[in-house]
Design a binder for this molecule. Structure first.
Ligand code: ZN
Length: 175
């Protein structure tokens, strides 16, 4: 799906950041901090005005960035594999304990167990557990530069289960 860039109006952009469409150019300069990002988005620019920068930009920074994204998607930038995965021949593959990930997701979703109890049960810190429950890797995706990309690895959680867990996290105001 392609939309117009929210900052400059450039058409046919398929990038998103914080759920908003951005062209390659505006995305490159977009702050990672949400508050600064919102300010950045409010300052509109005219796509035609930055056309001259865009042309040169595409041959430089973007190439570099695309290369990094590609590397990340191959698991090369992952120094440590997420719980439930292991790295084999430079690729992310489900580890022997991969079913535990689903158990954690199911238990969080379907029982009244607190994050504290759940983290103790599986021997994680509460923060470690939250990271697991929000990790897009389990959907076969990778997060890089605050963007979600399709990865080359096998998902171990269904998107339905993952989405239900995200809803519950939101309902409980867990960040
Ligand atoms: Zn733009």
């Amino acid at each position: 799906m392609s939309e117009n860039c929210i900052k400059c109006g450039y058409s046919n952009t398929s990038n998103q950041k914080f759920g908003l469409p951005l062209c390659d150019f505006c995305l490159y300069f977009a702050p990672d901090d949400k508050i600064r990002f919102d300010e950045y988005i409010k300052e509109k620019v005219n796509s035609a005005d930055i056309e001259t920068f865009r042309k040169n930009f595409h041959s430089r920074g973007l190439q570099q960035k695309k290369g990094m994204i590609l590397k990340a998607s191959r698991g090369r930038l992952m120094s440590r594999s997420p719980f439930g995965y292991k790295i084999e021949d430079g690729k992310l593959v489900p580890a022997e304990n991969f079913r535990e990930v689903e158990n954690i997701f199911q238990e969080f979703l379907n029982t009244k167990i607190s994050l504290n109890q759940l983290s103790q049960k599986y021997k994680f810190s509460v923060n470690g557990l939250k990271k697991i429950l929000k990790n897009f890797t389990y959907l076969g995706k990778i997060k890089f530069n605050n963007q979600i990309h399709d990865g080359n690895h096998q998902p171990i959680i269904s998107s339905t289960l993952f989405n239900h867990v995200q809803n519950k996290l939101e309902q409980l105001k867990i960040k």
